[in-house]
Design a protein around this ligand. Structure first.
Ligand code: AMP
Length: 279
């Protein structure tokens, strides 16, 4: 497995693969890898000849008050996990290598980013779409894999790819959970033992809402209440709980089209997201 630090080296390696007729699968991550990330690497492996994983804690998607400096990192472990999954290369740029001091060109999706995490984290998705398009341009990957854990991100990137005619095929992979239900996230590391226990109210609320939906409930307010009731017995602080259309992320009162129940909840200082695709 090759490790690459420079954008130019990465572009060069990918051109080399392409000249040899090999297809490329890209898995963008911020590192501190867990089983959710590894599932994406497996999806890429199954669809492309060569797999490149990027590990980059992208500063432009963090707000000034957010956890950029504290974001968990463990590079030796990440590299071992990538190698064990059969990744062909890992791209590990520095922020300086990705952003020139006078960097001034941004990709902004202007509709889907107005709500949910976009409303709570101004500028977040601009950083995401910009870095993801840079990674697409550097690798010219055939396939890129994103997780449904970050449902809004997946939909925003799909919209960008469609709107800007990016020649990549996207795979949106299922959300992977811990054995007890908690959605896997690098940020789970920040939870104290008590917060980790309380955070189960989020996944349990999602499962309870799923059960109602499977029993035929189509009123968004009932599903949202089900989730908020699960949280009400804990110290979880609701950032948002919403049922929205998968197409345009507008709030729905009746679930009569592919929808998404999405939530962001603070447990202590740690903001966790979880969701349920209602299709
Ligand atoms: P991150 O490193 O958190 O930026 O995530 C990198 C990629 O992994 C994104 O496409 C995420 O949606 C995906 N991902 C993170 N956690 C999970 C999970 N629990 N299940 C599936 N995909 C995930």
């Amino acid at each position: 497995m090759q490790t690459l630090n420079l954008p130019a080296e990465t572009a060069e390696l990918c051109r080399c693969w392409q000249r040899a007729g090999q297809t490329i699968g890209l898995v963008p991550t911020m590192g501190f890898l867990h089983e959710g990330h590894l599932s994406l690497i497996r999806q890429a492996r199954a669809r492309a000849d060569k797999v490149i994983v990027s590990i980059f804690v992208n500063p432009t998607q963090f707000g000034p008050q957010e956890d950029l400096d504290r974001y968990p990192r463990d590079l030796p472990r990440d590299l071992k996990l990538c190698q064990d999954e059969g990744a062909d290369a890992v791209f590990l740029p520095t922020p300086a290598a990705m952003y020139e001091p006078d960097f001034s060109t941004w990709v902004t999706e202007e509709s889907l980013t107005q709500t949910l995490c976009g409303a709570s984290r101004p500028g977040h998705f601009r950083g995401v779409t910009t870095v993801v398009l840079k990674l697409f341009n550097l690798t010219r990957c055939d396939v890129a894999v994103f997780g449904r854990k970050d449902a809004q991100q997946a939909l925003v990137i799909s919209r960008m790819v469609r709107d800007l005619n990016v020649p990549v095929s996207l795979v949106l992979a299922p959300l992977i959970r811990e054995a007890d239900g908690l959605a896997m996230s690098s940020r789970n590391k920040f939870l104290s033992a008590d917060e980790r226990q309380e955070a189960l109210s989020l996944s349990r609320g999602i499962f309870a809402a799923e059960q109602l939906y499977q029993q035929g409930e189509r009123r968004a307010a009932i599903l949202m209440r089900c989730l908020s009731q699960s949280l009400s017995r804990t110290g979880g602080r609701i950032d948002y709980i919403q049922v929205v259309s998968q197409h345009d992320l507008r709030p729905l009162s009746q679930i009569n089209q592919p929808a998404l129940l999405a939530a962001a909840i603070f447990f202590g200082q740690t903001r966790l997201i979880d969701n349920l695709f209602l299709e």
